[in-house]
Ligand binder design. Structure first.
Ligand code: PGA
Length: 248
């Protein structure tokens, strides 16, 4: 399976960030091992169209960080999946824990967004992950699988999609889940996808996110059933992003 190395820039990036984009593109173009890997950057909306235009005919794909579930209408401040795709983006992150927390996005809403995304030809990256209390309470597996079940509409089985396992306690904290913890959850997700979607479920990449850095990328990306990484902070630095990409 092709590894996906995705950068989530969150609310970071100005017009001056083109320098970082150029450095990433140059680094990728000089990487000998492009086959079997896909690099992706998800900038804020303000940079989506210009980044997507620049990345045409390059090895770097561009994605958004969320989208609305409807195609158009009176929803001030929102952006539809169709608009994201119209910009030239190919992916959209959905259900990131920061969206679930800051914008009260429920799994039901995320499922509707996933449907909208695939209908517009985007590949959704659906995020799931437990908080520290759930982890310490031994609820990780049940919680992650119930989030997964509710965030994926049945129709997704016929489309390309990606799952990102992101333990909330490891995001932006410098704490990373151990390779054993990551392996356990990824294998549980793999099993659940297989059970629900059959062979199609086997083909969906499951990527890990939460304080992935050049120093730990090698170990994380070698875990069974880890098909890539979703990188926040470290993706803002071209050298760090490229170093993680090369570890895959
Ligand atoms: P982080 O963020 O790499 O800064 O921990 C990961 C994410 O939220 O996707």
């Amino acid at each position: 399976m092709r590894k996906l190395i995705a950068g989530n820039w969150k609310m970071n990036g100005l017009l001056g960030s083109f320098e970082t984009l150029e450095a990433i593109i140059t680094g990728l173009e000089h990487s000998p091992e492009l086959a079997g890997k896909q690099a992706l950057i998800c900038p804020p909306y303000t940079l989506l169209e210009s980044f997507a235009r620049r990345c045409r005919e390059t090895p770097l794909a561009i994605g958004a960080q969320t989208c609305h579930e409807l195609e158009s209408g009176a929803h001030t401040g929102d952006i539809s999946a169709k608009m994201v795709s119209d910009c030239g983006a190919a992916y959209v992150i959905l259900g990131h824990s920061e969206r679930r927390a800051d914008h009260s996005e429920s799994s039901l809403m995320i499922s509707a967004k996933v449907r909208a995304a695939v209908s517009s030809g985007l590949v959704p990256i659906v995020c799931v992950g437990e908080n520290l209390a759930q982890r310490e309470d031994g609820q990780t597996r049940d919680f992650v699988l119930s989030q997964l079940r509710a965030s994926l509409p049945d129709m997704i089985g016929g489309h390309e999609f990606v799952i990102a396992y992101e333990p909330i306690w490891a995001i932006g904290t410098g704490l990373t889940a151990s390779t054993r913890q990551i392996g356990e959850v990824h294998s549980a997700i793999r099993g659940a996808l297989h059970e629900r979607f059959g062979a199609k479920g086997q083909q969906a990449p499951i990527i890990y996110g939460g304080s992935v850095k050049p120093e730990n990328a090698n170990d994380i990306l070698s875990v069974q059933d880890v098909d890539g990484a979703l990188i926040g902070g470290a993706s803002l630095n071209a050298d760090d992003f490229l170093s993680i990409y090369r570890s895959a």
